[in-house]
Design a protein around this ligand. Structure first.
Ligand code: NAD
Ligand code: DAU
Length: 347
């Protein structure tokens, strides 16, 4: 069934389309917006996986360009050659723990890469630039309340700081040059094709393999979980109908402690709670995130449709059915990352 609101047309450059949310978004657009064409520009880092979109090689409305978002010349060529008139910018270094191990790539891709892309977008005269930001730019919350779009930007991790840099740069290009930028800030996504360094897929694949499930600190940190399919639907809606210069929070209201999520994963995989292991905490660990997404509901009529309980069950089944996909990741660079991040913690 096609999205009941305005159909997207023209050519959309998606950056980071080989990653988790990007690949889900490319699929969503091809399925729900038959008049749109897609150019997926991705460097294919450790987190970018061509297998995520391997079935699209024959798709006439889809083109893949391998390039770094910091490469202005490659961007200019891709924008001109394919007649791109809209950009959705996902490409980023995205893992908080990796940013704590080393922030350099985060600044280069997330800040400098966004600046180079914004300049290329200006030169090409695109009619929309949708910048994908995160709730982490707002910092952390106590046990009550939720971030609104006007909340102060107070990032705590190097990842969050780099995303905040990109976010305010994108805003500045709207104010200074009139570039039609729209910013979305979303909460923790989950679903198919998420790289197993992130909490939910890491816990699922560890449970399948009977490997300890490492919980940072007391496990009472709270995240708000949004199914990636709901996120993609919101993004298409914002791209079609959002107002340039505006920020839209995309939340779900589905708050859970990490312990609640892991216990549910153990139940769904039929594994014992003895696998649960408390490990040394993440430095600067944000206690709680929660987004008020009333603006998106009110202005664009979007609401999440996938309850967390059903979405998590579906995610567990997806990982059960795609073992070859995640086993291949686990056999590569992931091993040394896992050792570096968890070796001492779980020793
Ligand atoms: P991901 O790590 O799964 O994928 C990132 C993609 O970007 C990969 O395909 C990678 O190859 C590509 N990439 C990285 N550096 C690049 C560069 N220099 N040039 C071109 N491509 C490059 O990320 P994700 O989880 O899908 O997140 C996508 C976006 O959404 C990011 O901007 C992230 O900050 C934001 N976000 C994610 C979440 C979440 O829960 N996953 C929540 C809020 C916001
Ligand atoms: O909130 C949006 C953000 O969500 C995105 O901007 C980021 O790109 C994305 O990575 C994610 O950041 P988090 O730090 O919230 O997600 P992560 O999956 O790394 O961790 C979720 C929670 O689980 C967090 O409280 C830390 C905890 N955790 C994580 C890992 C990987 C553990 O307890 N153990 C773990 O091994």
């Amino acid at each position: 069934m096609h999205d009941e609101l305005r159909q997207l047309t023209g050519t959309i450059l998606v950056t980071g389309g080989m990653g988790f949310i990007g690949s889900n978004f490319v699929r969503y657009l091809l399925r729900e917006h038959p008049a749109a064409r897609i150019v997926n520009l991705d460097k294919v880092t450790y987190a970018g996986n061509p297998r995520n979109l391997a079935d699209l090689t024959e798709e006439p409305r889809y083109v893949f360009v391998q390039a770094d978002v910091r490469d202005g010349e490659a961007l200019g060529k891709a924008l001109t050659a394919h007649g791109v008139d809209q950009i959705v910018h996902f490409a980023a270094e995205t893992h908080v723990d990796r940013s704590i191990l080393g922030a350099g790539d985060f600044i280069r891709t997330n800040v400098e890469g966004t600046q180079v892309l914004l300049d290329a977008a200006r030169a090409a005269g695109v009619r929309r630039f949708l910048h994908i930001s995160t709730d982490e730019v707002y910092g952390t919350l106590g046990s009550s309340g939720a971030f609104v779009e006007e909340s102060p930007i107070l990032p705590n991790s190097p990842y969050a700081a780099s995303k905040a840099g990109a976010d305010v740069l994108a805003r500045a290009y709207h104010v200074t040059y009139g570039l039609p930028v729209i910013i979305t800030r979303t909460c923790n996504n989950y679903g198919p094709f998420q790289f197993p360094e992130k909490f939910i897929p890491l816990m699922i694949v560890n449970a399948f393999r009977d490997v300890p499930l490492p919980i940072y600190g007391d496990g009472l940190y709270v995240r708000e979980w949004l199914h990636v399919e709901d996120h993609c639907r919101a993004l298409a809606r914002v791209l079609a109908e959002g107002r340039p210069g505006e920020v839209y929070n995309i939340g779900s209201g589905e708050e859970r402690t990490n312990l609640e999520v892991v216990r549910e994963i153990l139940r769904l995989t039929g594994k014992p709670e003895t696998l649960l292991t408390t490990v040394k905490d993440r430095p600067g660990h944000d206690r709680r995130y929660a987004l008020d997404h009333a603006k998106l509901r009110r202005e664009l009529g979007w609401a999440p449709a996938i309850p967390f309980a059903a979405g998590l069950r579906q995610a567990v089944e997806w990982y059960r059915g795609h073992e070859a996909w995640w086993q291949e990741i686990l056999s590569g660079e992931y091993r040394s990352y896992y050792q570096q991040q968890y070796g001492e913690r779980t020793a």
